[in-house]
Design a protein around this ligand. Structure first.
Ligand code: MTE
Ligand code: HPA
Ligand code: MOS
Length: 758
């Protein structure tokens, strides 16, 4: 079962926003943005720009008919700067012109006068200056203050993790055109059509029903278009509204990299206590999240950080505090894992440092503290169908860990310059939007008179294969050939009030809604079939492979005939259905509840080889046992796991985002921002955990989009373990990504210059 889009992608026939056939009179927009990270905005001079031939209009905050506000969770973000600028890349105006080149040239001619103010890019500095996005939050379990005396070992330290560029292949963009009655239709590359609709309505001062948003597919998003696709769509809509013309706004790659937020960098402090046997007794952690200049999704990301602070481990005494710090960088945003990876990196760092202090391998501590059935998370939920230990044990067995460890040791004994390291990485990731109210979706299913089926849902296809999963659901419920099923664009007129396609939940939520809609129609069809066949009730009827069975016996009634007859009998062949995840809740007053429908588990072992002379390394292999539940689309799920692992490896190793002290992005192109390529790709082996059926997922499957990314964290510690072989007495700081430059700085810093090389 392959991704529905596969053939079209390969042939280059798939359409993205920039491919849509353009109507006559199309105009192009380009964004003028701040080159200063912090200051009072004194004046915007458009005189030279407006004179350029082909420029049709320039719009700033003064041209907004409604409210200049795009904030999703906190109303703290303007569409266009008003009296101050807060980051480099902050939009100030848009230029609309006859061609993209003219628009870009004019945008460059807009002059901005700014009274510069001090720039803060570091979250801890922001914290000291009391610049917070929202008040800090703390999760507690047990009694942290009274647990330390039970500990034989207490280790304190800090850990840094960097940002990450989404690097979706399709850049941010939208296309808007006016419709009858003063409305606007927008084709947007967004994960959240409803967010685009809501914010456009707010900015243009229109009721939401006058704004229609349509999404065909995205060329990747990875969280980067959950909140941050909105601004560009709204700008295109504003221009089209003003000029009564179609307008397209596509960000050039470099501007996309400069203007949009990324994965949140975190700076964290930890204190971990263990008893003699290596059991973790207490864990205290403070996360300083670098939110950038506005809230965007930061408070939700922060929350997911707290939910994942203990990863796959049971720790009886926990205190975790998370602080969202406001800095002069573009607002950071959702990125695959949504704050979970940042939290899991810190507990793994704490375990690593504890093992170093205790003179043992970190995997001994990891292994001893894995979650068991019924264990309580710091947020009050207890594990159910916990697969932490099963996947760990299966990794040890399947990949013959004793043999791997022996061969690594042998390699290290025989090599002076090259050193190998391995690390285990267990994961436990909660599935559901942490904001309970967002866990809802709906579907609209039509069966046409020729027997073909059309499905609309709230899900956005962005390469993750959700459309294929939805087709599977419809074809299974009706028991018809999958070729009969077509998924439609995601459209706010057909499906209203959608949650973004995010949190790895879109197949669960929209799949369940689709299942319900199909079941509604199927119930009508069975009644019709019973009438046609003179059966006493529809309970005698089953449809299998497009044929109607009565009491288990094949009849002459086939799908097409059944549909035609049902239509003539005036039976409803359409259904809209709704689904909301049952049984989840969370109380933010006491920070306890059951926020997740279920958890995804798995364990990976990562092996690396480091060249300790040059600092470069090779990720040799990632071998995992992953809990896919009962996968309905194994090839798609495997592709998701592999892709997520690569993205996780990149985040931990070579992908480094650097802003200078003035808040300027130095890594704003692929020449300076390195991502994994085919040569970087290790041997990835993934086994599907057997006998795992998930009662809370669609057709007993489990969400797959984000969780495997966190296996990548193991690569950081595998590299650290290799470095330890080269300099056994050194104590390196924890600072990801561990780029080759950082490997060299670690190995040959002044501090370690006198320590003999092994
Ligand atoms: N896979 C591809 N190819 N492209 C993407 O943009 N986004 C990821 C993941 N896999 C993404 C992807 C993210 S961040 C999420 S939350 C999930 O897909 C969302 O889709 P799902 O809910 O259908 O898993
Ligand atoms: N995950 C991903 N995206 C989100 C979430 C979440 O928990 N909450 C809001 N947007
Ligand atoms: Mo994914 S970060 O939830 O879009």
């Amino acid at each position: 079962m392959k991704n529905y889009d596969l053939i079209r992608h390969v042939k280059g026939e798939s359409q993205f926003v920039d491919d849509i056939l353009v109507p006559e009179g199309l105009l192009y927009a380009s964004v003028s943005y701040s080159k200063i990270a912090h200051g009072e905005l004194i004046n915007i001079n458009i005189k030279d720009a407006i004179k350029i031939k082909g420029v049709r209009g320039i719009y700033t905050v003064r041209d907004i008919p409604g409210e200049n506000q795009i904030g999703g969770i906190v109303p703290d973000e303007v569409l266009f700067a008003t009296d101050r600028v807060e980051f480099i890349g902050q939009p100030i105006a848009i230029v609309v012109a006859d061609s993209q080149l003219i628009a870009m040239e004019a945008a460059r001619k807009i002059e901005i006068e700014v009274n510069e103010l001090p720039v803060i890019t570091d979250p801890r500095e922001a914290f000291k200056a009391d610049q917070l996005i929202v008040p800090p939050r703390t999760f507690n379990l047990g009694n942290i203050d009274e647990c330390w005396h039970q500990c034989e070992y207490i280790i304190e330290g800090s850990a840094e993790s960097g940002g990450q560029e989404h690097l979706y292949l399709e850049v941010q963009g939208a296309f808007a055109f006016p419709v009858e009655g003063g409305g606007v239709k927008i084709i947007s590359s967004t994960q959240s059509p409803t967010a685009v609709q809501r914010v456009t309505a707010r900015i243009l001062n229109l009721p939401m029903h006058k704004v229609e948003v349509d999404v065909l597919r995205l060329g990747g998003a990875f969280g980067g278009k959950e909140d941050q696709a909105t601004a560009w769509a709204v700008m295109a809509a504003l221009a089209s509204f003003k000029l009564n013309k179609p307008v397209k706004l596509i960000l050039p790659r470099q501007e996309d990299m400069i203007m949009t937020g990324k994965r949140h960098p975190y700076s964290s402090d930890f204190k971990i206590g263990l008893n003699k046997g290596g059991k973790i007794i207490g864990y205290e952690v403070t996360f300083y999240q670098n939110a950038g200049a506005a809230a965007d999704l930061s408070p939700a990301v922060l929350e997911r950080t707290l939910f994942h602070c203990t990863n796959s481990y049971y720790i009886p005494n926990v205190k975790a505090t998370a602080i969202s710090c406001k800095t002069n960088l573009p607002p950071n945003t959702a990125f695959r894992g949504f704050g979970g990876p940042q939290a899991m990196f810190v507990i793994e760092s704490a375990i690593y440092k504890a093992a170093e202090e205790m003179g043992i391998d970190p995997l001994e501590i990891q292994n001893k503290n894995l979650l068991d059935e019924g264990d309580e998370f710091p947020y009050g939920q207890k594990t159910e169908n916990c697969h932490a230990k099963i996947t760990w044990r299966r990794v040890e067995e399947k990949y013959n860990i004793t043999e791997i460890r022996n061969s690594v040791n042998e390699f290290n004994n025989n090599n002076n310059i090259y050193k190998k390291g391995i690390a285990f990485m267990p994961i436990c990731f909660g599935i559901s939007f942490t904001n309970t109210s967002m866990n809802q979706a709906s579907a609209l299913v039509h069966v046409y008179t020729d027997g073909s089926i059309s499905v609309s849902t709230a899900a956005v296809e962005m390469g993750q294969g959700v459309n294929e999963k939805i087709r599977q659901v419809a074809s299974k419920v009706f028991s018809v050939n999958i070729e009969r099923v077509k998924t439609e664009t995601t459209n706010t007129t057909r499906i209203a009030n959608t949650s973004p396609t995010a949190a790895s939940s879109s197949a669960d939520l929209n799949g369940k809604a689709t299942e319900r809609a199909c079941l509604n129609i199927l119930a009508h069809l069975k009644v019709t079939a019973a009438e046609i066949l003179n059966a006493s009730s529809s309970s005698h009827i089953v449809i299998k492979d497009e044929i109607v069975y009565q009491d288990g016996t094949k009849t002459n009634l086939v799908w097409n005939k059944l549909i035609k007859t049902a239509h003539l009998k005036r039976v409803n062949l359409s259904s809209h259905a709704f689904y909301a995840t049952p049984g989840i809740h969370f109380d933010r007053e006491i920070e306890k509840g059951k926020p997740f429908a279920y958890h995804v588990y798995g364990t990976a072992v990562i092996e690396v080889t480091v060249d300790c002379l040059r600092g470069i390394y090779k990720i040799d292999s990632v071998k995992a046992i992953h809990d896919f539940g009962k996968s309905i689309t194994p090839i798609i799920d495997l592709g998701q796991a592999e892709g997520a692992i690569m993205q996780g490896l990149g985040w931990m190793t070579i992908e480094e985002i650097i802003y200078d002290k003035k808040g300027e992005l130095l890594t704003d192109a692929l020449s300076t921002y390195k991502v994994p390529d085919i040569h970087f790709t290790p041997d990835v082996q993934i086994e599907f955990l057997k006998n795992s059926e998930n009662p809370f997922g669609i057709f007993k499957s489990k969400a797959i989009g984000e969780p495997p990314l966190m296996y990548g964290i193991g690569s950081y510690f595998a590299i650290m373990n290799a470095l330890k072989q080269f300099r056994p007495d050194a104590r390196f700081n924890i600072s990801a990504p561990i780029t080759p430059e950082k490997v060299l700085l670690n190995l040959y810093s002044k501090v370690y210059a006198n320590i003999p090389i092994q």
